[in-house]
Design a protein around this ligand. Sequence first.
Ligand SMILES: [Zn+2]
Length: 440
Amino acid sequence: MARPDRRVNLAVARTIPPFLLCVCVYACYIVTKPLCIDYLIRPLPKYSRGSRVGAGIAILVIFYVLIFVVIITYLRLLYNITRNPGFLPRSSPPTKEQQETEPSERPQRRKRKHRRTRTAEKPDKADIDIERGADGNADSGAIPLDITGLESFYTKDVFVCQEDGRPLYCSTCCRYKPDRAHHCREVDRCVLKMDHFCPWVGGVVSETSFKFFIQFVFYTLIFCVFSLIICATFTAEIIQDTGGANVHLAIGIGLSSLFGLFSFGMTISSLQLAMWNLSTIENLNRRSAVWTLAIRVPDRMLARLNPESRWAPTFRTITYPLPPVPLSPEAARDYQPPEKQHVFAILQTLPGENPFDLGSPFKNLQQVLGYSIIDWFLPLRQSPCADRTTGDSFYELGPVVSRLKKEAGLNPPPEPQPTTQNDTERKHKRRRSSHRQSQE
Ligand SMILES: [Zn+2]
């Protein structure tokens, strides 16, 4: 049965979009009728003022352009949240034999789930602990020894893993989770780079919608600031002229202040997260999170991992594909590993390091907003980070991963320095002179 707070979240999520629509319709009425028509263009006799047609029309044009932009970004956001939400398909539950490999895990998991609570906008820390462990990663031994679906991980060069080298696992969806995916309680599915469940937009903000969410709250902020300025200015004027305020304009001040403050907070926090290349969920323990990463050991180094080699690696390794489990002792004896093996070093970041931080706030913003000014301001194209065509990792990785590779000795050997033209000429001269000397 659904827990009350989850039901409340879902009910609020369904109520708020129609409520916002009503607010928009009322805002249009306030600016069009009581302000522009009845006060500026054809002032009612009670105002005893001359007609100001130019000001009225200018305000109407700016107001309707801004509200049009807000509605377009909101519809784009709603479209992605409903049509392309970034949900991961569920897998079939593990077999009885696989479940028997984790005798003590499930009761403990159930007990911890009861402690979970979450507010409407913010996922709580306990959710992260269940999937990633207290140090930011999954508990080892917390999952059935399922080997289905691993190919999409070990064919990459780097992926987030547990301490034993297997990817993180969602026991509700019964599947391995790609980097940065999170199980959303409200929709009961794993979501790619989930940011938060947002009742204001009626769904989950994730990698496919975070860009449009930022654009929506940013344009809402501009719209609210404009509405607040015009309502406040003309309310002050009316009070001066008549001694009383227009009730619709006063409500307009209240509404634009309220939504303006809310969208200001959301714009600043969303842009900050995008500049750090973090999701709201990752941000909850960003100062202490330790990421465990499986980083491919280059083929040229595999011979050095041989036990007879004199090189002692500083890391543990895991080799994919994993053998099917459970294996009987006879089957284990006869098991022949496949010819093509993928060996990964299991490395950990320092607490608070973010492997997805590309090293500059601008580069991180580009991952969400896009590479051109048009992409930044128009709600047209998807975020570059949602592009799944590049294959080395689920998301672009930054200097932290380069440092880990370097420290573990996994980087390719330095390229030979390209010789300059002068060096080449000098070499030729030296060769010619030595040739002459030998002839003499
Ligand atoms: Zn899940």
